[in-house]
Design a protein around this ligand. Structure first.
Ligand code: 4GX
Length: 253
């Protein structure tokens, strides 16, 4: 992934990813590009109108067709002009398929993503059919616009770009990279408000620590997200570690 082209009425809101943290550092390192296409810049009337009334009536507005179409097309033309890799047009919407880490990895292998962040009640269905390749949802709740969803996509995809994460952490270490939830983490002090750090983490035995972390990941995934555990094939060692976790949970309720 080298380039995101975002179609939005609110490009300033993307300062959240452009100016903070890992996504900002990667941008400054030139590991990816962000470009904005504002439908308001593709209006021709005095009031720069970007919304329109829905056929059939009812409350709420729909994005005006021509400025949005022209913004998407301008994004496509500029993107298409600069490369040979795949370009995909994605619209954020509660009607889309749910974003997960597998989809994030798929998207990270596409060189140009055009993210359409809609406002109001939505966009004309014919525009979806003609200009949008894929609808994506970041979860089953209603946002005020697609911008936060687009930022979620950018953040998760940028983490997959080689060199984006500090050399300390790697995308392989992330939660979900093996389909499991993360293990618990601890830092100083050794005794915090009466609660101790698990002894194994103080042992200095790295093989044992690795095993304990994997056991915790397996156990927590089984307890909290059995749906995720069903999707991974556990090997013999992992089965044994999960049994061990369950045995311990029984002994120390
Ligand atoms: N995951 N929203 C988009 C406007 C809209 C509606 C329909 C296109 C079609 C959302 C989500 C989300 C609210 C963003 C409605 N645009 N986006 N917006 N959940 O709730 O991604």
């Amino acid at each position: 992934m080298s380039r995101f082209d975002i179609v939005t009425l609110f490009p300033e809101t993307f300062s959240a990813v452009a100016e903070h943290g890992i996504t900002s550092r990667a941008l400054k390192q030139g590991l990816y590009q962000l470009n904005f296409w504002n439908p308001r810049d593709f209006t021709h009337d005095k009031h720069r109108t970007v919304d329109d009334r829905p056929y059939g009536g009812g409350p709420g507005m729909v994005m005006m067709v021509e400025p949005l179409r022209d913004a998407i097309r301008a994004a496509k033309e500029s993107a298409g002009a600069d490369s040979s890799g795949e370009c995909r047009v994605i619209m954020l919407s509660p009607q889309g398929s749910k974003l997960d880490q597998q989809k994030v990895i798929e998207l990270s292998n596409i060189s140009q993503l055009i993210l359409v962040a809609g406002r109001y009640e939505g966009i004309d269905e014919r525009l979806i059919e003609s200009e949008i390749d894929e609808e994506l949802s970041i979860g089953d709740y209603v946002l005020s616009g697609g911008e936060l969803g687009a930022m979620v996509v950018i953040d998760a995809v940028v983490r997959q770009i080689p060199g984006a994460l500090g050399h300390q952490d790697s995308a392989e270490q992330d939660s979900f990279s093996n389909g499991l939830l993360d293990c618990p983490h601890y830092t100083r002090p050794e005794l915090f408000e009466g609660a101790a750090v698990p002894e194994v983490l103080l042992s200095g035995n790295h093989q044992l620590i690795e095993q304990w972390r994997l056991m915790q990941s397996l156990g927590r995934t089984a307890e909290r997200r059995p749906d995720l555990l069903q999707k991974v094939d556990l090997d013999e060692k992992q089965h044994k570690l999960l049994q061990k976790y369950r045995q311990r949970a029984k002994n120390y309720p």
